[in-house]
Design a protein around this ligand. Structure first.
Ligand SMILES: NC(=O)c1ccc[n+]([C@@H]2O[C@H](COP(=O)([O-])OP(=O)(O)OC[C@H]3O[C@@H](n4cnc5c(N)ncnc54)[C@H](OP(=O)(O)O)[C@@H]3O)[C@@H](O)[C@H]2O)c1
Length: 340
C-alpha cells in the first residue's frame, strides 16, 4: 500500500488529537512532519517530534497537509494553505477561513464524500457543531426532505482551544464559598465555571442578532446538504463541559418522519450511535460521547409545535468527529476514491 508524507500545521488541541487519530487508524504514512509557529522538540501523544517553524519550503515533498492552526488573517491556513497546495500537497483545513470558498469542498465523509471528486487541492472540515448536528440530522433528511430546523448547542470549552480547557479547570479550583477567588478569565469574556455563556463569536454583520458561530450552522449546512434555501435558526451556548458538544435539534419535515422511522435510520447509519431509551436513562451525554468516535443520537420524539415535527439530541466529541477524526477520514476518503 502506498505510504503518504503527511504534514500537520498546529499542535494545539486539534493537532495533538490528529496525531492520535492517525496512529490509531494506522493511516498509511511514511512521515508526519509537524509545523507550528516556532522550532522546538516536543512530546506529542507519547512521541517526540521535531516541530519546525512554518515556512514555504517546509511543505516541499508532502502529499497531504492537515491544518490545525489558529484562524484568521495571521492564522496558519490563510498564511500557508494555498502555498502548500502550490507545492504539491492536498490541504485538509480545520479553520473557518475557506469553508465558503467556491473552490473548496466542505466535507463530512459519511454525508457528502462525493463533493471530494472535484477537489482543487484544498478541502475544508466544517465547524464542529455543524458536523455533530448533521451527523444526526442528515441521514433523516436523505430519507424525507426537511423544511427547516432549529439547533441549540451546548459547546464544551475544548472547542475554544487548550487555554480554555485550562481556564475551566483553574476556575473550578479557585471556587471557594460561592465565588471564584483571585482568577481573571482570559480565554472567555466571563467566568465559565458554574455558568453558561450564550455567545460564541461576535455578531455577524449580515445576520443582526446572530453570532458568527450561529451563522456557520446555517451557511455550512446549506453547502454540505446542497440545500441553498434551507432555513436554519441557531443559538450557540458555551457550557462548563471539557469535551464533547451537544445539540438539541427541532426539525420540520415535508412528510411524516416518525420517531420509529428516525431510530431505524440512525441504527443503520455510519458514524452515529442510537442512545435512546428514556425509561432506562439511555440518553446522549457529553460525559460518554467525549473521547469516542461516534456521535450519539437520542431523545428522538415528535415535536408537536409543527406538522411533521421531530426533536432529537446529539452529543459528539468536538475534537475528534468535530475536527481531527473528520479531517483524517477526509484523507482516507481521498485515498479510497483514488483522488490523491
Ligand atoms: N477545538 C475545537 O473543538 C475545534 C473544532 C473544530 C475546528 N477547530 C479549529 O481547528 C483549529 C485549531 O484549533 P485548536 O483548538 O487546536 O487551537 P489551539 O489549541 O489554540 O492551537 C493552535 C496551534 O496553531 C499553531 N499556530 C497558530 N498560528 C500559526 C501560524 N501562523 N502558523 C503555524 N502554526 C500556527 C500554534 O502554534 P504554537 O504551538 O507554536 O503556538 C498551535 O500549535 C482552529 O482553526 C479551530 O478553529 C477547533
Amino acid at each position: 500500500m502506498k505510504q503518504y508524507k503527511v504534514g500537520l500545521v498546529g499542535i494545539g488541541t486539534v493537532g495533538t488529537e490528529m496525531i492520535k487519530v492517525l496512529r490509531e487508524r494506522k493511516f498509511p504514512c511514511s512521515e508526519i512532519r509537524v509545523l507550528a509557529t516556532r522550532d522546538r522538540d516536543q512530546e506529542i501523544a507519547g512521541e517526540t517530534f521535531h516541530v519546525r517553524e512554518t515556512k514555504a519550503e517546509a511543505f516541499d515533498g508532502l502529499d497531504i497537509v492537515l491544518f490545525a492552526g489558529t484562524e484568521g488573517a495571521k492564522g496558519a491556513s490563510k498564511l500557508w494553505g494555498w502555498e502548500a497546495v502550490k507545492r504539491g500537497a492536498v490541504v485538509i483545513d480545520n479553520s473557518a477561513d475557506f469553508r465558503q470558498d467556491d473552490r473548496v469542498p466542505l466535507v463530512i465523509p459519511e454525508i457528502n464524500a462525493e463533493a471530494l471528486d472535484k477537489h482543487q487541492g484544498f478541502i475544508a472540515v466544517p465547524n464542529c457543531s455543524t458536523i455533530i448536528t448533521l451527523m444526526g440530522l442528515a441521514p433523516l433528511i436523505r430519507a424525507v426532505p426537511v423544511k427547516h430546523f432549529t439547533a441549540v448547542t451546548f459547546q464544551s470549552v475544548s472547542g475554544a482551544g487548550h487555554k480554555a480547557i485550562d481556564e475551566l479547570a483553574a476556575e473550578v479550583k479557585a471556587y471557594q464559598g460561592e465565588e471564584i477567588i483571585a482568577y481573571e478569565p482570559t480565554a472567555f469574556a466571563d467566568q465559565i465555571a458554574f455558568n453558561v455563556i450564550p455567545q460564541i463569536g461576535g455578531e455577524k454583520a449580515d445576520m443582526p442578532g446572530y453570532t458568527s458561530e450561529e451563522a456557520k450552522m446555517l451557511i455550512e449546512s446549506r453547502k454540505i446538504l446542497g440545500l441553498p434555501d434551507i432555513k436554519v435558526s441557531c443559538t450557540c451556548v458555551r457550557v462548563p463541559v471539557f469535551y464533547a458538544h451537544s445539540i438539541a435539534i427541532h426539525a420540520q419535515f415535508a412528510q411524516p418522519m416518525t420517531p420509529e422511522m428516525a431510530r431505524d435510520i440512525i441504527r443503520k447509519s455510519p458514524g452515529v450511535k442510537l442512545v435512546d431509551d428514556l425509561a432506562s436513562g439511555l440518553i446522549p451525554m457529553p460525559i460518554h460521547a467525549g473521547h469516542t468516535d461516534d456521535v450519539q443520537v437520542g431523545r428522538i420524539r415528535i415535536d408537536p409545535c409543527v406538522e411533521n415535527g421531530l426533536a432529537l439530541f446529539c452529543s459528539g466529541d468536538n475534537i475528534r468527529k468535530g475536527a481531527a477524526l473528520n479531517a483524517v477520514q477526509i484523507a482516507e476518503a481521498l485515498i479510497q476514491r483514488n483522488l490523491i
